[in-house]
Write a protein that binds this ligand. Structure first.
Ligand code: G3P
Length: 221
């Protein structure tokens, strides 16, 4: 399973990249708007920090506009993947961008059929928003399961990118279901590392080591 960071914050991306487990980054207009600075420059820097797919989202709502923004994003850096929303216009733009060899991440996916359409149009990734479905009392993870199964049934060359993952259990479930990618905030990635028994165990190892060293020293004197 690939891990992407869901952020446009360079400091967080540096921290995550240092862990050695970050395979890509997803941004969106809301995440970029939170950061100070020119979005284009931020995206360029992200591409230098992480050598993997970096999603940059279009904000046009018509296919022609999405195509032109998508071309612009893709020209920024070889790592850029163009993010298009799952709308009629988004599907048209995906088809055109894919025909030009540009990778598309179709975002704002809330139903299995939207994902099937995205894959048929040539998207390389689909982003089902798990947390946002959970927010409206719908099982977001079931959507991931359905899409994984449909893509397996038809052998689509399109990766399921579980998005809007809010906590470690979301990541665990997505991994169990075989999602190809999970994108998560840095806080969730950090939480995956931690276990209280690891901390307790490490503390005990270090204390025992110190004790043994002192005893050795005392015997030598
Ligand atoms: O990758 C999609 C993500 O940015 C949305 O997450 O937590 O705003 O639903 P959230």
């Amino acid at each position: 399973m690939k891990f992407f960071l869901d952020t446009a914050n360079l400091q967080e991306i540096r921290e995550g990249a240092a862990l050695g487990v970050v395979d890509g980054v997803t941004t969106n207009p809301s995440l970029l708007a939170k950061e100070k600075g020119d979005p284009e420059e931020i995206l360029r820097q992200i591409c230098e920090l992480v050598d993997g797919p970096i999603s940059a989202e279009v904000v046009a709502t018509d296919a022609a506009g999405m195509l032109s923004e998508g071309r612009h994003w893709a020209a920024l850096h070889k790592n850029i993947v163009v993010k298009c929303p799952c709308t009629v216009e988004g599907l048209k733009a995906t088809k055109l961008l894919a025909a030009e060899g540009k990778r598309v991440n179709m975002t704002l996916i809330f139903s299995p059929m939207q994902a099937l359409l995205a894959a048929k149009a040539g998207a390389r990734f689909v982003s089902p928003f798990v947390g946002r479905l959970d927010d409206v009392s719908t099982d977001g993870m079931q959507l991931v399961a359905d899409i994984v199964q449909i893509f397996e049934n038809y052998d689509f060359d399109c990766e399921v990118l579980a998005a809007s993952l809010r906590h470690p259990m979301h990541v665990l479930e997505a991994a169990r279901l075989g999602a190809h990618v999970g994108t998560m905030p840095m806080s969730v990635l950090s939480a995956l590392v931690k276990h209280p028994l690891t901390d307790i165990g490490l503390k005990r190892f270090l204390e025992d080591w110190e004790k043994a060293k002192k005893e050795l020293g005392a015997r030598a004197r």
